[in-house]
Design a protein around this ligand. Structure first.
Ligand SMILES: Nc1ncnc2c1ncn2[C@@H]1O[C@H](COP(=O)(O)OP(=O)(O)OP(=O)(O)O)[C@@H](O)[C@H]1O
Ligand SMILES: [Mg+2]
Length: 260
């Protein structure tokens, strides 16, 4: 069964989509079967995986509206993993499902149908706590939180952990923080180092050792519809996301081992 992971943070522009796309690609390179689900109407994860968001025959919208089975809407991409794409139609789903019974669990139920075909399902979330994001958080085993090491990141922390606690209590008892990832990291910057130290104190072992440096290739690759590893495989960004995938696999092995 797939481990299902949301990449989430209510704060915008912290590297959620960059992490979703490049973690998916790195896990695929490490021979894992991966599905990337785009739960943001901006469709950035879709485009960043080389799938044209405006040419989608079916998208995650159709799945949430119950119009097609999830298998039909999943796209084969040329980036080593499969994609359940999104575009701006997703913005209209919220109203359409608002009154429906079990509205928080539509994605969860759909993903269960394909969970045995993948090792990892990565869900890219929008920077908001809409019913769409709630569907994502209700569907996953855990969350990876990308964070930029700046002062405002710490301010948003309490909000974020509170949100995760609330959803865990109300909708998804299994929901946990799998890991916290430092993105756009600049070790030369004193503030980065200070914030980083605070994150270490707050999250302890949940803070990944791997940090993602600020790297221009990571920002350029999406314009080519490619994860960075296919755009420039020796770039610092590509190496960092491969390291992250390896660290994640190692940690989940240790965890599984200790559970036996
Ligand atoms: N490590 C990095 N180095 C350089 N640029 C980066 C890095 N990570 C992300 N970026 C760039 O920063 C911007 C925001 O990143 P991204 O879209 O991944 O964030 P997001 O959290 O998904 O944003 P949103 O909240 O809008 O969904 C993008 O232009 C992206 O290319
Ligand atoms: Mg995004």
């Amino acid at each position: 069964m797939a481990q299902i992971i949301a990449i989430a943070n209510q704060k915008g522009g912290v590297g959620k989509t960059t992490t979703a796309v490049n973690l998916a690609a790195s896990l695929a390179i490490l021979k894992k079967r991966v599905l990337l689900v785009d739960m943001d109407s901006q469709g950035n994860a879709t485009m960043g995986s080389g799938v044209q968001k405006n040419d989608l025959l079916y998208s995650v919208t159709d799945v949430l509206l119950g119009e097609v089975p999830i298998e039909t809407a999943i796209q084969k991409a040329e980036v080593g993993y499969k994609v359940l794409g999104a575009n701006r139609e997703l913005a209209g789903v919220e109203l359409a499902i608002a009154e429906q019974d079990g509205r928080e669990f539509i994605l969860k139920n759909a993903l269960q149908e394909v969970a045995s075909s993948f090792d990892y399902i990565i869900v890219d979330c929008a920077p908001s706590l809409s019913l769409i994001t709630v569907n994502a958080l209700a569907a996953v085993d855990g969350v990876i939180i990308p964070m930029q090491c700046e002062y405002y990141a710490l301010e948003g922390l309490a909000d974020l952990t509170q949100t995760i606690d609330r959803i865990q209590k109300a909708l998804n008892p299994n929901l946990e923080i799998i890991g916290v990832l430092r993105t756009m990291y600049d070790a030369r910057n004193a503030l980065t180092r200070d914030v980083s130290a605070e994150l270490e104190q707050y999250f302890g072992k949940k803070l990944y050792d791997t940090v993602i440096p600020r790297n221009i290739r990571l920002a350029e690759a999406p314009a080519h519809g490619l994860p960075v590893i296919y755009f420039e495989k020796s770039s610092k960004g590509a190496v960092a996301y491969l390291n992250l995938a390896a660290e994640m696999l190692k940690k989940s092995k240790v965890k599984k081992g200790s559970a036996v």
